[in-house]
Unconditional design. Sequence first.
Length: 396
Amino acid sequence: MRQIRLKSGRERSVLRRHPWIFSGAIEEIEGEPGIGETVEVFSHDHQWLARGAYSPNSQIRARIWTWDPDEPIDADFFRRRLDRSIDARRQLARTLEVTAYREVHAESDGLPGVILDRYNDNFILQLLSAGAEHWREVIVAYLKRRKDCAGIYERSDVDVRQLEGLPSRRGYLSGEGSNEALIISEYKLRYKVDIHQGQKTGFYLDQRENRRLLREWIQGGEVLDCFAYTGGFTVSALAAGADAVLSIDTSSSALALASENVILNDLPHDRCEWIESDVFAELRALRDQGRTFDAVILDPPRFARRASHVQRASRGYKDINLLAFKLLRPGGLLFTYSCSGAVDMGLFQKIVAGAALDARVEAAIVAWLGQPSDHPVALSFPEGRYLKGLVCQVAS
């Protein structure tokens, strides 16, 4: 039997149903488990605790599948877990005016390393852990049998797989391949999505509710959208009646798709200004030019991929928020986000407060934002709350 035995006292997190076991918590490994194979987890005094997937190349040495001793890890296990998660989103799809959303959210849906997003009738699949990769054929075969999608496209091409010792994978697993962008609907707005080359699985589905809320906050005026990507916030600001939107991103192809999304929604393209540039450099240039805005949106990529990156990430968040505060007019709004799981909300709020202090502006938090209900956070897995946001208003 393949098994791992934990050091004395290190079973506490497992008993609290946290799904990760780090290498430093392990006392002994028996049975020579391979990459992704199932192992039994025992306490220091040989008490059975859980059953999980072994990953010899990662600091997270095992990810737990189940705490039920009578639940084997087999094809039926994945059928039940996938059905439970996907079917839970059916109600979400009926009540929300959206055609793109997350159907499986990894650890928080009881499937560590498995991400499944729906774009219309297409599944976009990411397998991010050794255990998920080990059961790849079973997962894909079951998704095909469900017959509720026209195609399955895999985007297991992210750098986290390198930490698991896994190769990059990308391509169609079923359905007819097409290089054309998909068009999704979200609260009466439409967006073209590049599922093949785009960030994450093609679109920032986790910002859906925050894009909708932006439309309630914007009351005309000039808006600066930083890290604009394919224009989710740009389109939302224009739909809310913004007089002008300046969108900045380093990717020319992303900005081109953002421009197409403005046109797709019959919004005034002449109110748009596009700048392909490094956001940090451009914010400084705008400051030096004396430009100001009624609202600034900061939605940067992940700055901290792990705890060791937090200090450097904090400096990055501090810099862009400080510059944003300097660019805001009296009464202006800052919509600022962090998708770094290693930076919690308390630290993020502290960073933004320090930025306002250094910018010598008085500001108040008027809203706390996060990820939507299709990106749930298991109570035993607070790391699942990776997206956090603040709406800050500068004193008038």
